[in-house]
Design a protein around this ligand. Structure first.
Ligand code: NAD
Ligand code: MG
Length: 392
């Protein structure tokens, strides 16, 4: 039996992972499941999967979790240190599906145990790519992509020589507002931004799809995962979300990965890698689809995309700044304090000012969990300050 843990088990990716696990209960020995405030779901899954431990990220939910697990031989724990402790428990395969930079520390810890880390949490690669990759190398651990585009690229590279790769093209659905008049974006609401045309995902990544911050993170994720130069990475808008990514080779060939928009494909590929197994995903009927369309992303509609290239050009801890500023701006948008387009403006502003501020705080360039965390906090504070200034 393979020992597995799922971080962010109660979320969209976590639940899709559990769906696959439950289809073959005898194959897996579940070590840890973690979640946030959805205690009923966390307890229900921990009981059904007979996990050793269930962890909520929130200390004030510990009593509720204990109560929900009464009569079952499952440990309950809470808080960031409990997440670390859970990641230190030996496991063969660990799903990293916490949303945001909070996924970084448990992911690093799982790699230190030599586990295979299935990485849905793209934020940790954006914040601390070289730290994560170096940690994996040092501990003989492996990181497998779960983001659909990166899983598609990974599959497209099987048996290929990276030296023959000319470019990587990742597709973007264009999100909720791809066909809206530009002038209306300013007043777009949280509810409008929270509905995705093709994918059923957590609220934060859905809004990030509408703003293309999600694709911006994925461009950086592509660079980290596949070690290609920024100018080799292209984004194309593909409203149908059927082609997930393409790999272009030096002989002009372009290999595309197609599939129904269902994350269980990418999760299942990472779960069974290097094998392929039968997965419960829809089989495409190409004749019924009839056509697939592509267009260039409009920079005026999606200013976040260019920011990713600026961040890659600067390197170092700029990914941590970019992600944290984006997360904080998103918090403020969700709370109704700023408009939809203000998110990219704020993030650009923080990126422009951060070098000076980091110097004042004595944060050096070396990438460690400490410097990444300090930069993350600094960038969030900068977003808050900018909003305070604007609103007086
Ligand atoms: P979600 O919001 O549905 O779930 C997030 C999970 O993280 C939940 O279990 C939640 O309880 C937990 N969580 C939230 N804040 C936390 C914190 N501070 N500490 C610990 N745990 C916390 O999100 P999701 O859509 O499942 O996305 C998860 C990750 O996967 C994200 O990094 C996202 O970018 C990535 N991803 C998601 C999809 C998708 O289809 N949903 C696709 C590709 C990549
Ligand atoms: Mg994706």
């Amino acid at each position: 039996m393979r020992k597995i843990s799922i971080f962010g088990a109660t979320g969209s990716i976590g639940q899709s992972t559990i769906d696959l696990i439950r289809r073959a209960p005898d194959a897996y020995d579940v070590v840890a499941l973690t979640g946030g405030g959805n205690i009923a779901q966390l307890a229900r899954d921990a009981i059904a999967l007979r996990a050793d431990v269930a962890v909520t990220a929130y200390p004030d939910q510990l009593d509720a979790l204990r109560a929900a697990l009464t009569g079952h031989d499952i440990e309950a724990a809470a808080g960031p240190s409990a997440l670390i402790e859970a990641a230190q428990r030996p496991a063969d395969w660990v799903m990293s599906a916490i949303v945001g930079a909070a996924g970084l520390a448990p992911g690093l810890e799982a790699l230190k145990q030599g586990a295979t880390l299935a990485l849905a949490n793209k934020e940790s690669l954006v914040c601390a790519g070289s730290l994560l990759l170096e940690t994996a190398r040092r501990h003989n651990a492996r990181i497998l992509p779960v983001d659909s585009e990166h899983s598609a690229v990974f599959q497209g590279l099987v048996g290929e020589d990276m030296a023959a790769v000319e470019r990587i093209v990742i597709t973007a659905s264009g999100g909720a507002f791809r066909d809206w008049p530009l002038a209306d974006l300013k007043t777009a609401t949280v509810a409008q931004a929270s509905s995705h045309p093709n994918w059923d995902m957590g609220q934060r990544i859905t809004i990030d799809s509408a703003s293309m911050f999600n694709k911006a993170l994925e461009v950086i994720e592509t660079r980290e995962f596949f070690d290609v130069r920024p100018e080799q990475i292209e984004v194309v808008v593909h409203p149908e979300s059927i082609v997930h990514a393409l790999v272009g080779f030096n002989d002009g060939a372009l290999m595309a990965h197609l599939g129904a928009p269902d994350m269980r494909h990418a999760i299942g590929y990472a779960l069974h890698w290097p094998d392929r197994r039968d997965l419960p995903v829809e089989r495409l009927d190409l004749a019924k689809l009839a056509q697939l369309t592509f267009r260039a992303p409009d920079p005026a509609r999606y200013p976040a995309l260019q920011l990713a290239y600026d961040v890659m050009a600067r390197g170092g801890l700029m990914g941590a700044v970019f992600n944290a500023a984006k997360e904080r701006a998103l918090d403020h948008f969700i709370a109704g304090r700023i408009g939809f387009l203000d998110m990219a403006t704020l993030v650009a502003q923080v990126l422009a000012q951060v070098d000076e501020r980091a110097g004042e705080h004595g944060i050096d360039d070396a990438m460690t969990l400490d410097t990444v965390t300090r930069m993350d906090h600094l960038a969030r504070g900068e977003v808050d300050n900018a909003i305070l200034k604007q609103t007086g």
